[in-house]
Design a protein around this ligand. Sequence first.
Ligand SMILES: Nc1ncnc2c1ncn2[C@@H]1O[C@H](COP(=O)(O)OP(=O)(O)O)[C@@H](O)[C@H]1O
Ligand SMILES: [Mg+2]
Length: 311
Amino acid sequence: MLEKRFVIVGGKGGVGRTVVSVALATLLARRGRRVLLAHARSKQRIARLLGCERRFEIDEEMRKVEENLWAVNMTPEASLREKGLMVLRFKAVYRAVLENRLVRYFLRAVPALNEYAMLGKVWYHTTELGPDKRPRFDTVIFDGPAMGHLITMLRIPQVIVETVPDGPLASDAREVLGLLRDPVRTGLWVVTLAEEMPAKEAIELCAAARSDLGITPDRLVVNALYPEEADPRHAARLDALAGAPLDGELAALCASARTLGARRAINDRYLAQLARQVPLARVELPHLFVPELTRAEVDELAAIIERTLAG
Ligand SMILES: Nc1ncnc2c1ncn2[C@@H]1O[C@H](COP(=O)(O)OP(=O)(O)O)[C@@H](O)[C@H]1O
Ligand SMILES: [Mg+2]
């Protein structure tokens, strides 16, 4: 699993795809793999998660963050320029074609094609060679768009292959499709919360990946789990205390403990549902109680992922 060339991180919006992809990237880089962490228009402060915010932000220009680790936050516009360069091979043609007003209008009218430019870019980086003629990156981690958009995006190469006449666009799409459908090179990490809507979307994403897209789901990451009750009797005792006349501070503490217990009870229900409906090896990550996640928390989550993969 750690040997894959291309890892897609998917899931419902807000479940922690960006955080998990950063943790995975740092963990692989530390183990000596050359990693490109490619975000699709992430709104998170990735530089803060990576701990490089004093040196630079992570934007559409690829930067080396640390030994073995590069990161980029792609936009369709920037990728389209690169993709254009890639497909059409040289700049004069690119200018003539992509900077043509009519063509630009057409591309804007087909938003999915814009999105596809980001997939084209990450695919390109999986094939790119370094100066030593070895692959420039051992692993490209794609922090993709939220579930619905991800599925649409991953369908595009198939649509292009079926509809566009032979040419550079179709032949690139065929390559992208070959990569996506190769379980040796490509894997999907599905991130979810143990809550109703995220779990529903995780189940849908796994099904769509398998049946529709031909992509192999590798792992289910259940993120931000509330702490388990140390002692199962606590819940009943807290319930009993709820009616008792407690002083302000103690009452507030009890209320907060009951809220945590209730959250965990929801987590347990959806953990069980996910276990029944998603037959994937699972990584469970705790909810970390800090105002904003930084590199320290990313390292903590990466260590848990590493222990789970080893165990
Ligand atoms: N394990 C966690 N504990 C606490 N907060 C988390 C955890 N994972 C993610 N978050 C927070 O949840 C929010 C959404 O995470 P993010 O990775 O941006 O989700 P996505 O990329 O899926 O939209 C962010 O504010 C992030 O800091
Ligand atoms: Mg994100």
